[in-house]
Design a binder for this molecule. Sequence first.
Ligand SMILES: NC(=O)C1=CN([C@@H]2O[C@H](COP(=O)(O)OP(=O)(O)OC[C@H]3O[C@@H](n4cnc5c(N)ncnc54)[C@H](OP(=O)(O)O)[C@@H]3O)[C@@H](O)[C@H]2O)C=CC1
Ligand SMILES: C[C@H](O)[C@@H]1OC(=O)[C@H](O)[C@@H]1O
Length: 250
Amino acid sequence: MRLPTTPSLSLEGRCALVTGASQGIGLAAACALAQAGAKVTLAARNAQRLDELVEALQAAGHQAEALALDVQDLVAVRQALQGRRFEILVNNAGTNRPKPLGQVSDEDYKAVMGLNVHAVYFLTQTVVGQMPEGSSIINVSSQMGHVGAANRSLYCASKSAVEGLTRAMAVELGPRGIRVNSICPTFIETPMTKPFFQEPGFLESVLAKIPLGRLGQLEDVMGPIVFLASPASALVTGSALMVDGGWTAH
Ligand SMILES: NC(=O)C1=CN([C@@H]2O[C@H](COP(=O)(O)OP(=O)(O)OC[C@H]3O[C@@H](n4cnc5c(N)ncnc54)[C@H](OP(=O)(O)O)[C@@H]3O)[C@@H](O)[C@H]2O)C=CC1
Ligand SMILES: C[C@H](O)[C@@H]1OC(=O)[C@H](O)[C@@H]1O
């Protein structure tokens, strides 16, 4: 009798590019992919930090390399990545400038939309041409791509745009066997969010909206990243994987 067999979560032999990998969720994603066997290119602007992280990954027996890169510098992106073959791309680098609607400046808009959308779009455009069948693109979106939040109109708009490009790219790239999904975490304490939690009452206000009753941890995104990168999600594309403790289940 032939019993069904679970597709592998191994990423042996695959090359992965993770943007914003010098800290936070990007670093967690890079570690997850490396621990699953991928050769991971960690991209960010802080070259020294990247070298330290790559050294640590290599010391742990994993394959990793550093790529000092400003993903908003499209000339540099194209010079560094044009023609390079990756089977996995994690568009993680992102930013936020929480402000009341009336205080958002043109510069704020360009900073948030520039990194969260423009850079994601054109780095993906640069890399996708060399991606073989079976490749996986993972866009790090947010629960905020699916709900509104006060003082986060710009951020919510940027992540909603990421959800739209995830779906459209999934439709366009499906015939090539390339999958495109988003991962949508809730609040995780990282250098980006640490300042938010200094505000009195902010943590309580966030926890009140999370049915599982806790903030996310970096480890909470690592399994979902490997799942979306691996053959275990071979029929999953155009999807938004909520990793939000139930925030958007309301
Ligand atoms: N933390 C959270 O609660 C959540 C975060 N997210 C999303 O996850 C992603 C990562 O968030 P988080 O880890 O908190 O962010 P952090 O601010 O902690 O880290 C951001 C990373 O992006 C890199 N980066 C920033 N600008 C650039 C650039 N121009 N070019 C290349 N790399 C850049 C930074 O490295 P360097 O300075 O060296 O370039 C850093 O490694 C973002 O897209 C965010 O929107 C989604 C849901 C929840
Ligand atoms: C869950 C979100 O992405 C979270 O919302 C914010 O305002 C922070 O910037 C985090 O990214």
